[in-house]
Design a protein around this ligand. Sequence first.
Ligand code: VGL
Ligand code: ZN
Length: 202
Amino acid sequence: MRDANEALIVIDVQNDFCPGGALAVADGDAVVPLINDILADFSVCVFTQDWHPAGHSSFASSHAGKAPFETTEMPYGTQVLWPDHCVQGTNGGAFHPGLVTDPAHMILRKGFRPQIDSYSAFFENDQTTATGLEGYLRSRGVEKITLVGLATDFCVAFSAIDGAKLGYDVTVLEQACRAIDLDNSLANARADMLAAGVKLET
Ligand code: VGL
Ligand code: ZN
């Protein structure tokens, strides 16, 4: 059992990020048994769920003439446009059916504001709107976080880097993560995580 000041944060293990889903990550479902195994070691467990309203501004379908994986400029910076995914209440937005979710203490939903995407579990993509996770972890005395889930190069990496900036001791368990890997995004995300002081563990 890990110390009481350590939390496991399971990022976005949802049907749309698994094979057959709308934004499928290659081999995404391979993380499920690994996560189920390590859950019991942690006394603080948080799961996140990407949770967009229909017509979300991160969807290419909301931008005339744009195709998925192109980018657009938002007031908060450059945004990759995605296929419609993780729409609130749909099967694609549900957790993978094999994921053991009963031990979750908190399920944090993000990306629900129509005009802002949210990769990180701590801050939306404007890098200022807080999700509330920091307050939850602080009030439970958490100082060290371990991140697993999908996708390594987007939601896991953004969460890890924000966690390190907030002063947490952050580890990403890479074998329990899978990447989208768009235009070298995995190598870039690994370099950015290392530069932020995140530990990458296999
Ligand atoms: C994610 C792209 C769009 C993720 C979420 O969970 O990594 N990626 N929405
Ligand atoms: Zn999303």
